[in-house]
Structure formats: C-alpha cells, structure tokens
Ligand binder design. Structure first.
Ligand code: PLP
Length: 398
C-alpha cells in the first residue's frame, strides 16, 4: 500500500478515469471552433482582425481596467510593462523568488537585475513586511536625480513586481501603498490570476500596469497569448505602439519611430481567447467547487492536520490543502497541497506521478538558478519553507 494511495484514489474518483490525469488541461466547450472558422474564412488569421479588438475591449471590461493591449504571450506583456514604467539597463527590480521563470526573464530582457524578497506563507506572494524592511534599510532617496537607490550597489530601483501565486492574491494594496511611499512603480504579474479578486477588485488593476497570460496551461487559453492592462491611457497607447513594431500610422509608408517589437497577438489566437473568455466565469465556478472538494477531503482524511492556515510552527502532519487567503476570492488556477517536509514532498511526487496522477512541485527559487545566483536576497525564510513543501495537484475544470 502506498502512503498516499487514499489521495490518488480520491483524485481518480473526482476525474472518474483510470487514464493519466494531467495537471491542467484546457477545455474547449464553447465557440472555439466557430470563431476559428470565422478567422480562416475571412483570411484574417494574423496581426489584425476583429477578434484582437474584441478581446482587448472584453478583457478591459472583465477586469475593470481602462485599457487592455493583447500580445503574443505573458512574458512579452511583462517585458513591455516593465519598459513602460521605466525599467532600463543597469537598474534593479524587486520581485519574489517564488515565481515562474518568466518574471525574472522579463526583468533580464530589460537589462535590469532582480532583487528577490521573501513571500508571505498565507498568500505565497511578495511580503509587504519584507518589502518595507528592504526599502527602509537598504535604499536611499537621491534628491539630485530623483531616484530611489540601492545603498549597496548604488543602482536605481525602477519597479516592483509582485505575483499572485497560483491565482491567490497577495497583499497587493499594502504593496502598492509602500511602493508609492518610496516612489517605485508596481507592475503586477497577474499571469496566473485572471478572475481573482482582492477586496472585490480584479488582480492586475492595483499597480500602474498589470499583465495576464493565456498560455495553454492557464485558466483560459488562446494557445499562446498575453495582455497588458492599465488605467493609464497614455501607457496603453505606448504599449500598442511598441508591440506593433512602433510604426507611425500612414496609408502606405513604412516609418518607425522606436526599436519596436512584433509582439501583437494574432487574430487566430484572439479568436480562441474570445471563446474562452465567454466560459471564464463557469470555469472558475467549477474550479472553486473542485477546490472545496479537495479542502473537505484533506480536512477529514488527514485527521491530525486540522489547520489550513499555514504557519511554520504548525507544520501539517501529512498533507494540508491551501485555501484562499483573507481578502482573496481566488480562481484556484492550480490547487496546492502542503507536505510535512521535503522528504514527504518527494515521496508524494513519486507515488502520484508513477501512478498516472500528474503532480508538480512549486518552482525552484529563482535565486538558486545559475543566471540569478548573484542577485540580492533577504532571508527568504518563507520562500524556502514553501519550496520544500508545496505541490500542485490535478486542477483541470470538471
Ligand atoms: C505563465 C506565467 C507568465 C507568462 O507566461 P507565458 O507563457 O509567456 O504566457 C508570467 N509569469 C507567471 C508567474 C506565469 O505563471
């Protein structure tokens, strides 16, 4: 008998299959084929088309942001968002080490260097306490240049990028308040949190700019795709310009006023996104119902782990389910269980994956990767604790 047989059986019973259960499969239950056919019939499959315009209007409406600009993927959205708030080569950007590589990559594309600060245990997102401590103790305001400088390196800090991990909102209002106090723009990496609200406001709309991802494994997908969202109409205009080769509009002439990017979302991907967005609310309802099933199961099956609120002192006996933090109505993009320690985590990963139930550990902390080994970190106590214990379990919509 496997140690985690009961959990494997439970997941199999939920998905009602003996086949491999992937971590997160897309569902094409709506108008996907219809809209794709429309694209092909119209010949507008590429850089311009009505679905690109439509998805931008609808994402703005859905999130409550004034403007949305569609791009090829979430990483490109982050790259442009960072450039728009003024992240330049030779500067530094604050983020969390517990994130998908795209966050750190986009910072690097700008020629900037990440600073990795700790996360909160109950949100898995950037800790306002860690942020405040760093800014207070390790930075200084240079009034001659109007720049916030890192005392140690003398480099300017040009942005802060918190991330809403697995669709759970971090303490974004506190983070934005602190960053405002220290004159640092916030770019919200809300790639994982479409449909997640913090204090009844959509994630991605707190910072100066937010981004979304529609990659194949995200809550809704356009195949590949991303979105820049902002309330700043001037920034949105610049985002559109920079992501469409910075061409000056003219009936026939080719003139470009910047080194721009070919980051626009093709119409065929936008068609898929439009069909998916129509189903987003029903997907989230189903994902929240699934999370409720898991949370009930792990509460009753792992008898001695009654606490779902996480604390390093009350470490779960075997397994506990991660529930949405206070103030977050989460999309539960990927469901999370917390194992007792790294050994138990490894055993859980082995038993589930060897038995056709796909599970994945949380990311290796960014500061442990070769490319980011010399970046500044604080103690990262919570990030390390989570890295040793967090596993994602089956989360496809049923
Ligand atoms: C998915 C994701 C992105 C963007 O990924 P793309 O695959 O480029 O769309 C960025 N940040 C985080 C945290 C993500 O999970």
């Amino acid at each position: 008998m496997l140690k985690f047989q009961e959990t494997i059986d439970f997941i199999r019973s939920i998905y009602n299959t003996q086949d491999l259960i992937p971590l997160h499969e897309p569902r094409f239950w709506g108008n996907e084929k219809k809209y794709l056919e429309e694209c092909i019939d119209s010949t507008f499959v590429s850089s311009v088309g009505k679905f690109v315009d439509q998805i931008e209007v609808e994402i703005a409406k859905y999130t409550g942001a004034k403007k949305a600009v569609a791009v090829v993927n979430g990483t490109a959205a982050l790259h442009i968002a960072l450039k728009l708030v003024g992240v330049e080569a030779g500067t530094e950007v604050i983020t969390q080490p517990l994130t998908f590589i795209a966050t750190a990559n986009a910072i690097s594309y700008c020629g900037a260097k990440p600073i990795f600060l700790d996360v909160d245990l109950d949100t898995m997102g950037l800790s306002p306490i860690a942020l405040k401590r760093f800014l207070e103790e390790e930075t200084v305001w240079d009034s001659s240049s109007n720049k916030r400088l890192n005392k140690l390196t003398n480099k300017q800090i040009t942005a802060c990028v918190p991330m809403h991990t697995f669709g759970h909102a971090c303490r974004i209002d506190e983070i934005v308040d602190i960053c405002n106090e220290y004159n640092i723009p916030v770019v919200e990496d809300s790639a994982e949190s479409i449909g997640t609200y913090y204090k009844e406001k959509h994630t991605g709309t707190f910072g100066k700019v937010g981004i979304l991802s529609f990659n194949g494994n995200k809550t809704i997908t356009s195949g590949g795709g991303g979105m820049i969202i902002t309330d700043d109409e001037e920034l949105a205009k610049q985002a559109k310009h920079l992501t469409t080769t910075a061409k000056i509009p003219h009936k026939w002439e080719y003139r470009h006023d910047h080194i721009g990017y070919n980051y626009r979302m093709p119409n065929i991907n936008a068609a898929l996104a439009c069909a998916q967005l129509e189903q987003l609310d029903s997907f989230i309802e189903k994902k929240r119902a699934l999370a409720k099933k898991y949370s009930d199961f792990f509460l009753t099956s792992t008898s001695s782990s009654t606490s779902t609120s996480i604390s390093t002192s009350i470490s779960p006996s075997t397994l506990s389910f991660f529930v949405e933090p206070k103030n977050s109505i989460s999309n539960y993009w990927l469901n999370v269980v917390i194992l007792k320690n790294r050994e138990e985590r490894d055993l859980f990963l082995k038993e589930t994956n060897e038995n056709g139930v796909m599970t994945r550990p949380i990311w290796t902390l960014m500061n442990k990767l070769e490319m980011f080994r010399d970046c500044y970190t604080d103690t990262l106590e919570n990030a390390e604790w989570l890295e040793d214990r967090v596993v994602n379990i089956s989360s496809s919509v049923i």
